[in-house]
Ligand binder design. Sequence first.
Ligand code: ATP
Ligand code: MG
Length: 384
Amino acid sequence: MALLRSVIDPELGADIVTLGMVPSVTIEDDGKVTVGVKLTIGGCPLRAQIKKDVETRVALHPGVRSVSIDWGEMTSDERTQVMTKARWNARQQAPDTEVPVSCRILAIASGKGGVGKSSVTVNLAAAVAAQGFIVGVLDADIWGFSVPRLLGIDDRLEAEHVEGSDKPKIIPNVRTIGRGSLKVVSTGFLVGEDTALMWRGLMLTKAVEQFLRDVRWGELDYLFIDMPPGTGDVQMGLARMLPRTDMIVVTTPALAAQKVAARAADMARRSFLRVSGVIENMTSFTCDHGQSYALFGEGGGQALADEIGVPLIGRVPLEPAVAAGGDAGVPISLDGVGPAADEFRAIAKRIIDDIAPPTNMAGCSARMLTLVNAALDAHQANAS
Ligand SMILES: Nc1ncnc2c1ncn2[C@@H]1O[C@H](COP(=O)(O)OP(=O)(O)OP(=O)(O)O)[C@@H](O)[C@H]1O
Ligand SMILES: [Mg+2]
């Protein structure tokens, strides 16, 4: 067993003993060793590698004459257990980030481009902030950034030296929204919209990692991450740095789009990110006469949600006001009127109430407690 602890399942990021993949080891008097190995799925692509690693590790041990493997497959319960363990391990080894542990992280992703990820991200972030939360927005679309324009922000990011760190930390752009606020970071604040192309050579994952590590986020209840279209790299990096990230998959109602989105969800799962819901965007268009047109097909959101076994959190209609709000830099979820604005606000409420409720410690109540304590302290100081 001790020898086998050096056999790592690279996908799950831990050794096979810790992961519970070795149910038995039989050692016979003549030095014949049989190792039981349970794979998460029978057709596991890592089977050959695990076989080789087990055989070479065990065969080198004095007294061992031969090694054979007794393959098995996990039940779905065992598989769930192993995934939980792997997720826990990943969390233990996750590199430092400046994102507070109590912050809920929601990555807005899709299988393909142009389905409305960025529009959904900024509208939900703004609507959640309007409920009194401190909401971070991380534009992970490093060279296709659109968050600055959608939020009407183009201030350069400032960096600040902080005590205990040799490197300066980036200070996010802050916008107050009602009782809450938005803290926004995007490469768009470092380069102009025109010079963005020069960043093409930059390692995407490195840039995102840097934003997570070197941005002084401070207090955050939520962090919304606008994912770039269809790249697995950023997702993997995110899974490594912030394994507690929840993914929300955006799709259009077309059944073909839903298939592509299903692949994105599958990829998320393989990097152990939890998919927590589906949002259908561009659902239908209703003209001034009240006639409704399903321009991009119908049913894709529900079909995708059913397929991956998560709730359909909302369906945002196709409405010129969404695009106009984006162009004006004012998300319609704030003061906009109409079905799309209403739906964005309803989705934000569902996220707060149900999909990803704020972590109590960091929620408004905790801040209230801090304020109350501070007031009490001040009162006591005055009294004495
Ligand atoms: N519900 C909607 N009604 C009308 N227009 C919309 C809606 N959602 C998004 N749009 C428009 O569709 C276009 C694409 O949206 P957006 O940029 O949000 O998509 P994306 O998935 O982030 O794209 P990319 O993959 O390029 O990052 C934008 O012009 C946006 O204004
Ligand atoms: Mg986008």
